[in-house]
Design a protein around this ligand. Structure first.
Ligand SMILES: *Cc1c(COP(=O)(O)O)cnc(C)c1O
Length: 814
């Protein structure tokens, strides 16, 4: 090893050239341009490569140290990683941001434009994918030997364009210009099999004879933590055809046949499935899940054998975290590997698996708990289906022993013994894992009471809570430099990786001078946001109005509908009393709807329609503006969140597992209007009841109304406001006389209203008017906002990761 070490030290010397020289060297020799021809994008790539070189030092150090110390490794398997842009993050974490700015400005360029020449890596739908990205940052920051595993989608989440107020989906080609962060690892490649049948030999040993094979090839991205000391890896798998091109067919002129196989293989890493809490995309989706899970397990076992020689104690040295059920196929896959490749008995293989895997649940929505038609499963993964049957057999015996009844057991097995149509991935993940965690206190409690009630009785120590968090590097330090500077000036910079230090700001909450500086920063952020809106959609807003923002995936349970109905009610009231002293508001919405989720798309259309009427009403002017900002993503969030006064977290209680948008807003000094749902409950505990606006039914009241199918009409008959709004939607007031456009929305709120928009509406309205009053007392508002920043420190994803490390992974942190 010595000579290698020596060469590495030489390489480090080479990097002791100035940062600027590194950038220039990369511009010329990696990008192939000179300074007079380089465009912003070229500088962005050169900068990225220069900082990447400096990350590689820590990367190699980290890897060597983990090997030497035999540190327990954590593997985070996630179908989604919504990392966004990487350049600013990397420059910040390595401490080169100022140097880079000075250098780029000296070239006569705008630093912001250079940073923004990078495309978002949008390999996720929403919160679940963003959580995985925050966790990567926090695992590096806290020194966890953590590796992320996912799919290198050629097209991440679709780009949302608006046509006439309707969402249009377009493919996002984020890789066309190359990805400066990734290292292609052509030597790290695994076969992934599908289909075929299982042959059992005389001695009872099974052999899977697959009919289809693709290869998974690794692409690595280094992820540096705060100060860059510890650098972990995000390894994303790309699919390619396993066998060489069929040259015979090609030479015979059948180009299509030879291309066919390649296209089929590559489809696996082509697109991120754009669903959000809706089950679809069947066969390809199942194949994708198996694709990245099987590749990741093969990879971690190969690495395991560089340190150990028996898989007996795999779980002592390796912890695998399954982010939702998408990688739950890991349960039978690990058992299969242990049995078929390493000759373990089923019992031992099952035992080892249950000491290695851990599962994070993200939803209680029954329709969102993944399940696969058994026939499809058998067709694609016949050996895995056999193993699932063995799991069910063994589990049945366990459950009998603890005294469960046959019919209770049937409901919690992976496949129901009498209704054999589905393979239920939630049950599989639960049964195959050592720990199962929820993502907020309320969600974990509801998990115990609802979806996993019987499994919880059987394994009372298995379910634990780890409330989500967000990384303060991206979500304060980078997106809100004004606030970051003020905080650092007051309390030093330790808060950046010890966020509870923000508590020290409490003493300034009523200090008039501090309030002014704090609110001046908010005001600058609002101006920046106003310019962004102007540039993106050409709407001018008054930065002195209250900025009221709801940005997240569009879904009935998130209740964008309630928010836009409240906007209509406000508009109506303003029209009725034009001279009343209305608090001016800008209501901003952004978010994507799953392409097949028609109702969500109509909600977007309704928002656009209301915007059209309200924004063009001269009598309303700057008192009310309604905005739908297209193509919400991480980079948009970084501008929207620091510019918010009010954060809308208004989901139907019991339906938002945690939320993380809620945390980003409060940290940046927006006050929350919200229900007692997800992590809002814990936010209220940390902030104090006086510093958050809570309204609406609690989870138990919601469940009770849903259970007895309470009719919305009972409530509507007492609400003048709702009656007026319904009348307007029915008459075509917002839809150019089209009386049918909102038919589904109307049917919903008048007849079913499963998500309880109607019964929560009046309380929401009243709370909003109370918020108007508080906003008109600037010093009171400022005090509350400061206390939000000061008291949100607990919601750092560093705290979450330390919790996982201690309670689930049993691995040290620094
Ligand atoms: C934080 C974040 C989310 C999650 O928002 P919720 O309000 O918790 O649903 C979704 N998308 C992006 C781009 C985010 O940054």
């Amino acid at each position: 090893m010595k000579p290698v070490q020596h060469e590495f030290e030489d390489a480090k010397d080479l990097l002791h050239e100035s940062f600027g020289n590194s950038v220039l060297r990369h511009l010329i020799y990696s990008v192939g341009k000179d300074t007079s021809h380089a465009v912003e994008r070229d500088w962005c790539v050169a900068l990225s490569m220069a900082i990447r070189d400096r990350m590689v030092e820590g990367w190699i150090d980290t890897t060597r140290q983990i090997y030497e110390k035999k540190q327990k490794r954590v593997y985070y398997l996630s179908m989604e990683f919504m990392i966004g842009r990487m350049l600013e993050d990397s420059l910040t974490n390595l401490g080169h941001l100022q140097e880079a700015r000075t250098f780029i400005e000296a070239q006569g360029l705008n630093f912001h434009d250079v940073l923004h020449a990078e495309q978002d890596a949008a390999l996720g739908n929403g919160g679940l994918g963003r959580l995985a990205a925050c966790f990567m940052d926090s695992m590096s920051t806290t020194g966890v030997a953590g590796m992320g595993y996912g799919i290198r989608y050629q097209h991440g989440i679709f780009r949302q364009n608006m046509e006439n107020g309707w969402q249009m989906e377009e493919p996002e080609d984020w890789l066309v210009q190359g990805n400066a962060w990734e290292f292609r690892r052509p030597e790290v490649v695994y076969d992934i099999n599908y289909g075929g049948f299982v042959e059992t030999s005389d001695d009872g040993k099974a052999e899977w004879k697959p009919s289809e094979r693709v290869q998974a090839i690794a692409f690595d991205m280094p992820i540096a933590g705060w100060k860059g000391a510890h650098v972990n890896t995000l390894r994303l798998w790309s699919a390619r055809q396993a066998d060489l091109m069929n040259l015979k067919k090609f030479n015979e002129g059948d180009f299509m046949a030879s291309a066919h196989q390649q296209i089929l293989a590559e489809t696996l890493s082509k697109v991120l499935y754009p669903g959000d809490h809706t089950p679809e995309g069947r066969e390809l989706r199942l194949k994708q899940e198996y694709f990245f899970t099987a590749a990741s397990l093969q990879d971690l076992i190969r690495r395991f054998f560089t340190n150990y020689d028996s898989l007996d104690n795999l779980g002592d040295h390796v912890a695998v975290q399954l982010n939702d059920t998408h990688p739950a196929i890991a349960v039978p896959e690990l058992i299969r590997t242990l049995m078929d490749d390493y000759d373990y008995s089923f019992e031992r293989a099952f035992e080892i698996t249950r000491k290695t895997l851990h599962y994070t649940n993200h939803t209680l929505l029954p329709e969102a708990l993944e399940k696969w038609p058994k026939g499809l499963f058998e067709h694609i993964l016949p050996r895995h289906l056999q193993i699932i049957n063995m799991i069910d057999g063994a589990f049945y015996q366990e459950a009998l022993k603890v005294g469960l009844e046959h019919n209770v057991i049937a409901n919690i097995q992976v496949i129901h013994p009498h209704q054999q149509d589905w393979v239920r991935m939630g049950n599989l993940a639960f049964i195959g894992s050592r720990k199962v965690n929820g993502v907020s206190a309320l969600h974990t409690e509801l998990m115990k009471q609802t979806v996993f009630h019987d499994l919880h009785t059987m394994f009372p120590d298995k379910i634990i809570n780890q409330t989500n968090g967000v990384t303060p590097r991206r979500w304060v330090l980078e997106c809100n430099p004004g606030l970051s500077d003020l905080v650092t000036e007051k309390i030093g910079e330790d808060w950046i990786d010890d966020l509870e230090q923000l508590k020290k700001l409490e003493e300034f909450a009523e200090d008039a001078k501090f309030q002014k500086r704090y609110m001046d920063i908010k005001s600058d952020n609002k101006k920046r946001l106003a310019e962004f809106l102007e540039a993106r959609i050409g709407i001018t807003v008054n930065p002195d109005a209250m900025f009221d923002i709801q940005i997240k995936r569009i879904h009935e349970y998130k209740r964008q509908l309630m928010n836009i109905l409240e906007a209509v009610a406000l508009y109506n009231e303003m029209k009725a009393n034009p001279s009343a002293p209305w608090q001016p508001r800008v209501k901003i919405f952004a978010g994507k709807a799953a392409p097949s989720y028609f109702l969500a798309k109509v909600i977007i259309k309704l928002i656009s329609d209301v915007a059209e009427v309200v924004n063009n009403d001269p009598e309303i002017g700057d008192k009310l503006k309604v905005i739908f900002l297209p193509n919400y993503n991480v980079s948009a969030a970084e501008v929207l969140i620091p510019g918010a006064d009010l954060s809308e977290q208004i989901s139907t209680a019991g339906f938002e597992a945690s939320g993380t948008g809620n945390m980003k807003f409060a940290l940046n000094g927006a006050l929350t209007v919200g229900t007692l749902d997800g992590a809002n409950v814990e936010m209220q505990e940390h902030l104090g009841e006086d510093n958050i606006f809570i309204f609406g039914m609690k989870a138990d009241a919601v469940a009770e109304r849903q259970h007895r199918r309470a009719r919305p009409s009972e409530v509507i008959k007492d609400s003048q406001r709702l009656q007026q709004i319904i009348g307007q939607l029915e008459s075509g007031f917002f839809s150019d006389g089209d009386t049918g456009r909102y038919r589904d929305i109307l049917d919903n709120i008048k007849n079913h209203d499963y998500f309880q928009v109607v019964p929560d509406f009046e309380d929401y309205w009243a709370t909003q008017r109370h918020i108007d009053e508080v906003y008109q007392k600037p010093s009171e508002w400022a005090k509350m906002a400061i206390l939000n920043t000061a008291r949100m420190g607990w919601f750092s994803s560093d705290r979450t990761i330390r919790g996982y490390a201690k309670d689930i992974w049993k691995t040290p942190t620094i």
